[in-house]
Write a protein that binds this ligand. Sequence first.
Ligand code: NAP
Length: 322
Amino acid sequence: MQSKIILYKKVSNDVLAMLKARFQVTQFDTINATNHDAFIAELATAEGLIGASVKIDAAILDAAPNLKAISTISVGIDQFDPADLTQRGIVLLNTPDVLTQTTADTGFALILATARRVVEMADYVRAGNWKHSIGPDCFGTDVQGKTLGIIGMGRIGGAVARRAALGFGMRVLYTNRSPNPAAEQAYSARFTALDDLLKTADFVCVTVPLTPETQGMIGARELALMPAHAILINISRGSIIDEPALIAALEKGQLRGAGLDVFAQEPVSADSPLLRMKNVVALPHIGSATHETRHGMAVCAAQNLIDALDGKKSTNAVNPQR
Ligand code: NAP
């Protein structure tokens, strides 16, 4: 008999066919208040889960006694407790690499958009305000030749560093728990303590994963270290930055601006003061959101689940197995 799996995100027909060729598939487009009970009921007999953007907590896992593998269609694993999954004998698999370049592109789009005020100036034209040749009140600031500080020099941080160092002649500083010699060699990146990086960089880009250690790692104290001309970019997870502290810093003019793909609460509330600030570029978590990359992620996740339930070891397994 085929193993039963639950798919909890919409995927393209070819990915669905891949899963259906191997499993009995129960499908949900997402999990919400309307279908939560039906999802819980289906978990009783499921051996695999595949999806994204839903917190998989202990209550959900308690309802899934036969679960062997969870394949998340993301590289971030902050919706899971990997140690708990290990305890329960469940393997967690993610989709690294396939989204690295696209997410780095989003980071660089935010660097350029905030520095050159692209969204604000496009709105200015659209509103019919462009009546004369523009003056200094519409000028931005250069990106090329400046200093970029990367918080979390991993796959995505490295891809942002490559664009910065090789494309824009930027000096690259970075912070990690351990040095990254490959990035030092390829991009002349300098391993720098977080406080020094914040004091020195013209642009700071957050690419560290959200973990108990990194939650709120950029708070009021850290924001106060940044020079007033600096711009903060976050393409990782919203809760790494203390959002009220960021709002306060921007309101006080402590920073030139911010480029945010991610927020503490998503979707961000339409009432957020961040959305009223002209020097903030806010995106709806589009880091990896291109047709090609989202498809590649879904294929990778489907293959991860097939391999895991076939008992194959996967390099994309992220929690230690007992
Ligand atoms: P990665 O290769 O694992 O890189 C993460 C880096 O952060 C590593 O260099 C790691 O180095 C460093 N790090 C981890 N914990 C740290 C800590 N406590 N203090 C300082 N540095 C720390 O991951 P990735 O593939 O680049 O992805 C990074 C994150 O991007 C994901 O977790 C996800 O949340 C986010 N993401 C967002 C989007 C989006 O749509 N906006 C898309 C894809 C990914 P050390 O281990 O040496 O510290």
